[in-house]
Design a protein around this ligand. Structure first.
Ligand SMILES: *Cc1c(COP(=O)(O)O)cnc(C)c1O
Length: 576
């Protein structure tokens, strides 16, 4: 069987055949247990396995591995295990961070052995730990002083050490467990050193240097999430002398790398572009507008592979059952051939029933997650809940709905609705810390908002899922052009929330009429549009016809994009 879009997977008998179907086309017997797909990421967001990430990059990595597991694809994810992580709590109405220790032994990881890398004139011993999940596994690198994710300066020594440890240490870890990478997917440039380690190994094991470069390039995929190359961190030659060159055996590779410095500095994206022939961006818009140039000044072309999510992970089992029983999704969670006509049959009663179960699940999580005032929240099934859940960073504009407090109050009051806000400020981002304080102050300043707007600290996977399954309207208003893809809106669409969003990232894979669009020539107009759309969304929940209309529109236009199986299939087709 030829595996392509024409042959949807609903014709295939079981999961094993999914893999066989792909393999028989052009995988050139490339993937096997001993030669897996390897996925490198400095960030993984997988709390069940003890690893907390920072945002979408880590969520994507965890979803990709889970989908590979469900589809029986041999897959190894390589990542650091950070022995401490940051949490947010509220103290006297203000947000504070606290560091917590994490022990991998408590999460089912086993110590494989240790490997050494050379850093700063010393031999550094790294522990290699492993946890297996059917056809996939997580191989992680750790040591007691490894530190936290994204701690310190992005151009600093410790960050370089973490990246070098993952690359060189992780490559040795693969060999330690007897694996050879069929393919190396680099989830952003912090993982460049893994491909460099491979190049070095090939060039020292008898392969001609140029052959080694060609071979490494052919088997490396660089997935970019950042729009502007100039915004990326860079390192100095002096730092590389201490952390990188001591780990390279091949003189030719050292020379190749040394030649890539410009005015004594190196940008990892520039060398990643050189070492990876395959390059992808994470949504159609992002792949088009990411402005990257190679060292000769040529603009880099990125293949668009829009992020998907692991639908069974982010929805209630009832919802997946509903989609499968209604023949909207097939057993692989890909939209069926007839999904559009099946979606058209969805009725408001079914949507409300699904949301009712979601509301129960949300309340269960909220019971353990009090808001900024220490209140334990609980919402009735019919109450309308808006949510804004994402990292508290500038371009996502979490303060936008608080521009005109009277308008916000009117909307909430007239629909007897509540608003839940959650999102952490990146450590050290003083500006956004102030913005969060301002928002909290605004909420306190209004008697009505104080009762109906809730900020829940320590945004994480648990809260993300709870809000997606249980809220009615989700707000996503990044400055247009700055969101690479975003995946929380995908969780919301899968869970039948109405999406109020600007047309950006993966949302822009489909036309603007697919959801409640926020648009305007400037921010003032956008704010106006946002309030109008929020009101419209709340009204839709009070009216079966509009509710059906929007839920069906969203599902019809976005289900094929959201499907994580579709994403993995796209990657496999691009790679092989
Ligand atoms: C889904 C998810 C994200 C991704 O969010 P976007 O803002 O859509 O990129 C980030 N953090 C957590 C905890 C998530 O669950």
């Amino acid at each position: 069987m030829v595996f392509n879009a024409r042959h949807r997977l609903d014709n295939i008998e079981d999961v094993e055949e999914f893999y066989n179907a792909i393999q028989r086309t052009h995988l050139t017997k490339a993937l096997s247990e001993e030669r897996p797909y390897t996925y490198w990421t400095i960030e993984l967001y997988d709390q069940k396995n003890g690893i907390r990430g920072g945002g979408g990059l880590g969520i994507l990595a965890a979803d990709t591995r889970r989908v590979a597991e469900e589809m029986n694809v041999p897959f190894v994810l390589l990542t650091p295990f950070y022995p401490s992580e940051l949490h947010q709590k509220m103290e006297n109405g203000r947000s504070v961070d606290e560091s917590r220790k994490v022990d991998y032994r408590g999460f089912g990881f086993e110590l494989v052995d240790t490997v050494n890398i050379k850093c700063n004139g010393q031999l550094c011993r790294l522990e290699v730990i492993e946890k297996a999940f059917k056809s996939t596994r997580i191989l992680a690198i750790t040591e007691p002083n490894f530190g936290e994710l994204y701690s310190g300066d992005s151009c600093g020594d410790h960050r370089l050490y973490q990246e070098v440890a993952l690359g060189f240490g992780g490559y040795q870890a693969l060999k330690l467990v007897g694996l050879k990478p069929a393919i190396m997917q680099l989830n952003e440039v912090a993982t460049f050193f893994a491909a460099l380690a491979r190049l070095d190994e090939l060039a020292t094991n008898g392969m001609d240097f140029y052959e080694a470069v060609v071979y490494t390039r052919k088997h490396t995929l660089y997935t970019n999430h950042t729009l502007v190359q100039a915004a990326e961190a860079s390192f100095s030659l002096e730092q590389f002398e201490r952390f990188v060159f001591p780990n390279l055996k091949s003189r030719a590779v050292r020379k190749w790398l040394r030649d890539k410095f410009e005015e004594g500095r190196i940008r990892l994206s520039s060398v990643t572009i050189e070492i990876a022939e395959l390059k992808s961006g994470v949504s159609k818009l992002h792949a088009r507008v990411a402005n990257y140039h190679d060292l000769s000044g040529e603009k880099v072309k990125f293949k668009a592979v829009t992020n998907g999510i692991d639908i069974p992970y982010w929805t209630l089992p009832d919802v997946v059952r509903f989609y499968k029983d209604s023949e909207i999704l097939d057993k692989f969670c890909l939209p069926t051939e007839a999904y559009e006509s099946q979606v058209a049959k969805i009725e408001a009663g079914q949507i409300r029933e699904i949301k009712k179960r979601g509301r129960e699940a949300m309340n269960e999580v909220l019971a353990g997650r009090p808001d900024q005032e220490g209140r334990v929240l609980r919402f009735e099934p019919g109450e309308i809940v808006f949510d804004f859940k994402r990292r508290f960073v500038d371009y996502k504009r979490p303060w936008l709905p608080f521009t005109d407090l009277k308008r916000l109050r009117t909307i909430l009051e007239s629909h007897r609705a509540s608003y839940i806000l959650t999102g952490r400020v990146h450590q050290g981002d003083e500006r956004m810390m102030r913005r969060l304080d301002e928002v909290l102050e605004k909420i306190r300043s209004d008697e009505y908002l104080r009762e109906h707007v809730h900020y829940i600290p320590d945004y994480d996977e648990e809260l993300a899922r709870a809000l997606s399954v249980g809220s009615n309207v989700s707000i996503n208003v990044p400055i247009v052009g700055l969101e690479a893809c975003g995946t929380s809106w995908e969780k919301d669409v899968a869970n039948m929330c109405l999406l109020v969003s600007t047309h950006d990232g993966g949302v822009a894979d489909a036309p603007t009429e697919s959801y409640l669009t926020v648009a305007g020539k400037n921010e003032t107009e956008e704010v106006e549009s946002l309030y109008a759309r929020m009101d419209e969304a709340a009204r839709a929940w009070e009216n079966d016809f509009d509710l059906e209309f929007w839920v069906k529109k969203q599902l019809t236009n976005y289900l094929p994009i959201i499907s994580g199986t579709r994403m993995l299939k796209d990657y496999l087709e691009y790679l092989f």
